[in-house]
Design a protein around this ligand. Structure first.
Ligand SMILES: Cc1cc2nc3c(=O)[nH]c(=O)nc-3n(C[C@H](O)[C@H](O)[C@H](O)COP(=O)(O)OP(=O)(O)OC[C@H]3O[C@@H](n4cnc5c(N)ncnc54)[C@H](O)[C@@H]3O)c2cc1C
Length: 540
């Protein structure tokens, strides 16, 4: 390699990030908002009117509907300071962080606000509050970081005596580190950033860094089968999980007794991805790794997306595997939203970001071997600067959505996963469907795509869509998303690789798995949650 790799501990990397308290409808640390990049203003169109939406404090909420007896019992169980009907608390637990969620709240609609926000201190509290809510038919929404983008925090209210959001932030302990087995037991309310801090103090990393890292947490990762940006090296979150503890209205169930077992089906996978529909995950034991002593992030250029995808496939199938492996298509390479200063810059072709983490000698060995494969596959080494720039900006990128929405730009993402043999077809079908749907509304979009999670058999596709807003951007996005869902299903891909099902994907998910499978899941729900109070309308 011509340039010396940097061992990075810069102030803007994941080791320096602090967990922040987010306030809907804006992202991240309120003291560090993003400015609208000058070049992005043009994306809004000539008629755009700047609008930051209704002040959240002015959003009108219904009187809390939970029966007084339930509220009194919750106060007795958790203490008055952990049972809140405060306006700001309710707003901050209203829906998630999809663009539709944000636009709905910006429009002054607080109709999905929970009646109460409660904060249990431990597993026993969670079991008891579930029993109580089941007895009184009050719907329960588990809340870890609140960053769901699929309507996972918007339960069905009809038929229930009220809705309680269970914020798990007090379950924030690193329970145990088993250095010999290299596992750690984490309470579910731990935010990802804090979990990493605690593990780092013990010489370990979890290696799970989703783009929502500033907000999301352990319970949410497990409940949604989250995938972090280092999935090539560390795996998806569901692949890291050894053991889970689930609180249900009928008591406690534990899943996972050994690293591999032939004792029937692997029941951990009933809970991973269950999105609160079967109960509340209170504790997760995960695999951990020694803190890396070397990190290198670099860029590779490819003539086009197909050439880049073929190179990634070679690595995924025959190795070696870097820790981070992602490929932007031509449009995303040219329009780099993660680096606002670079907006509009056109380097041509496609950029791949390749990252390595681990012990120094092992990183060097893996990097040399990967370099050889990528070179043979037609890649051009672009130095460490593009990789470092991506790493430095990756957790800032979500901040950009707020000024874009303020300026009248519609921006949203969607994702899917398919086999390598169908990847190009699925990419083209989704791009075409979204483009046609939005162009029909007079708002021709930019549709960008990248691969960020690879497997021997296939890869995920992640799309970012940007266009001027129409007067009704919620309906506008609904049209685009419906077209994308149809294209995804018609091309045989899955409705989601890592965002999950929630309410938004429920119908398409049921179509994907089939009626009998849905019936089987309903039977599980009936057993664990006979009154159906656990996140009703989510997943099932
Ligand atoms: C800007 C942005 C970037 C994102 N990037 C990524 C990414 O890179 N990778 C990725 O995988 N996802 C990403 N997401 C989606 C989201 O962050 C993930 O789904 C994440 O795993 C959710 O974690 P959370 O702690 O915020 O969960 P929450 O939003 O609190 O909950 C998610 C769902 O799980 C349920 N739930 C929460 N906690 C529990 C629990 N303890 N037990 C049972 N059910 C529970 C909730 O009721 C809800 O249905 C992104 C979202 C945003 C807004």
């Amino acid at each position: 390699m011509s340039d010396e790799p940097s061992l990075s501990n810069t102030s803007d990397d994941e080791t320096a990030l602090r967990a922040v308290t987010m306030h809907r409808p804006r992202w991240g640390d309120p003291t560090t908002p993003a400015d609208l990049p000058a070049a992005a203003a043009a994306l809004a169109g000539a008629d755009a009117v700047a609008d930051t939406g209704v002040d959240p404090d002015a959003v009108v909420l219904a009187e809390p509907a939970v029966p007084e007896a339930v509220r009194t019992a919750l106060v007795k169980l958790l203490g008055a300071s952990n049972v809140s009907a405060d306006h700001r608390d309710r707003i901050d637990h209203t829906r998630g962080y999809s663009t539709t969620d944000l636009l709905t709240l910006r429009g002054g609609d607080g109709s999905d606000a929970p009646d109460l926000v409660v904060a249990p201190a431990n597993h026993g509290d969670v079991v008891r509050l579930l029993e109580l809510c089941a007895h009184h038919r009050v719907a329960v929404v588990p809340f870890t970081g609140g960053t769901s983008v699929v309507g996972g925090l918007t339960p069905q209210r009809a038929g229930f005596a009220g809705v309680v959001s269970v914020d798990l932030h007090r379950l924030d302990q690193l329970v145990e580190v088993d250095e010999i087995s290299r596992t750690a037991t984490l309470q579910a309310g731990l935010r990802g950033v804090r979990a990493e801090e605690l593990l780092r103090a013990n010489g370990f990393t979890l290696g799970h860094f989703p783009q929502s890292y500033a907000g999301a947490g352990i319970g949410g990762y497990a409940a949604t089968r989250s995938a972090g940006q280092s999935s090539a090296g560390y795996g998806r979150f569901d692949e890291m999980v050894e053991h889970l503890v689930l609180a249900t209205p009928r008591g406690t169930v534990e899943f996972g007794t050994a690293p591999r077992s032939a004792a029937g089906p692997d029941l951990r996978h009933l809970v991973l991805g269950s999105e609160g529909a079967f109960g509340i995950i209170t504790e997760v034991t995960v695999r951990i790794h020694p803190t890396p002593t070397r990190r290198v992030f670099e860029g590779w250029g490819f003539a086009d997306f197909d050439a880049g995808a073929a190179a990634l496939r070679r690595l995924a199938q025959d190795g070696p595997m870097p820790t981070v492996l992602r490929l932007s298509d031509e449009v995303e390479t040219a329009i780099n939203l993660a680096d606002p200063d670079d907006l509009g810059g056109d380097t041509g072709g496609c950029l791949a970001v390749v990252g390595y983490e681990g012990a120094a000698a092992e990183v060097d060995r893996r990097r040399d071997a990967t370099t050889e494969v990528l070179g043979q596959a037609g890649g051009t080494y672009a130095g460490t600067e593009p990789g470092q720039a991506w790493r430095a900006g990756r957790f800032r990128a979500p901040y950009l959505r707020d000024p874009l929405l303020d300026a009248g730009v519609l921006v949203e993402t969607l994702e899917t996963v398919t086999y390598w043999s169908r990847l190009a077809e699925v990419k083209a079908a989704v791009t075409d469907a979204v483009t046609t749907a939005l162009a029909d509304l007079g708002t021709e979009p930019l549709v960008m795509c990248h691969i960020s999670h690879v497997y021997a058999a296939g890869a995920s596709l992640y799309f970012t869509v940007v266009c001027p807003q129409t007067p009704n951007p919620i309906e506008q996005w609904a049209a685009a998303k419906a077209a994308a869902n149809t294209a995804i299903r018609a091309s045989g891909a899955s409705i989601t690789h890592h965002h999950g099902v929630g309410r938004d994907h429920r119908a398409t998910y049921h179509d994907e798995v089939g009626a009998l499978a849905v019936e089987a899941l309903r039977a599980v729900k009936r057993t664990l949650d006979p009154d159906g109070v656990c996140n009703p309308g989510i997943l099932l």
